[in-house]
Design a protein around this ligand. Sequence first.
Ligand code: GYE
Length: 320
Amino acid sequence: MFKRLVIVATALTLTAAAATGCGGAADSGGTTLGFSQVGAESGWRTANTQSIQDSAKAAGINLKFADAQQKQENQIKAIRSFIQQRVDVIAFSPVVESGWDTVLKEAKDAKIPVILTDRAVDSKDTTLYATFLGSDFVEEGKKAAQYVIDTYRSSNETVNIAELQGTTGSAPAIDRKEGFLGLISADPKFKIVASQTGDFTRAKGKEVMQAFLASRQKIDVLFAHNDDMALGAIQAIEEAGLAPGKDIKIVSIDGVRDALKALVDGKKNFVVECNPLLGPQLMDLVGKVKAGQPVPHRIVTEETTFTPEQAVAALPGRQY
Ligand code: GYE
């Protein structure tokens, strides 16, 4: 009841502001969104940030944007500062899954709704956030595994797989691994012979791939949890005198332009899409939760996959 009254009062204030002609979208009566981003670790992330900034502008939402540089402590600080500033809604993409209960409780106590975008938290109390908008990472891992299974369907030989994992403890790293292993481990001919984190970056992907190659372990397939690590690994493979996409088959997740280009150039074999363009849906949800309207507790993004042929068709229109 009290909440209703507040909404009515806000609506009245808005009308009054409009009637007197004062204020613009970004100030009086406007909605303020505090957004804590993971960082700028990948092409996916850059496209995600752009989408959020563009759609906040288009929706007339005042965006307070904080870059956490892949550090949970920075995200917690940013969320606390959003609470202090009394923003209308807080949204964030949690760098790792655990350790959010305390700060989420603080937001709840301050009656500021929280929207999770892109990555999940493992909090048992799901009332700590209004909704979670993002991909099904387990499904993405399964799609990557399915490509490997289909490619080696008629072979009885062992298939050695190297894995470049995403940021340790992050939802996409945990879930993509789980989805991939869930399918691949049904057939003992598939062996994960090397697996390490490359922190979702090109530089780390290259460095870890160099170490894998230096160990002289035979690798048939590289599964990278994102495109950037695969792109870094491609450089390492070429520098080692091998042909990426041929000597080592490469599958990764995201679907950024550079990855589609690598598919077209025959340096990669399969890409599972993960959609970063979450801005428009997020702004819609911000409006709804601010107004106290019901929203689904989980919203899963729609995604596809790309073979080299499909990449040829998709590349010209690719936005990111
Ligand atoms: O796959 C990776 C980024 O959380 C889905 O984070 C996102 C992942 C994405 O760094 O490129």
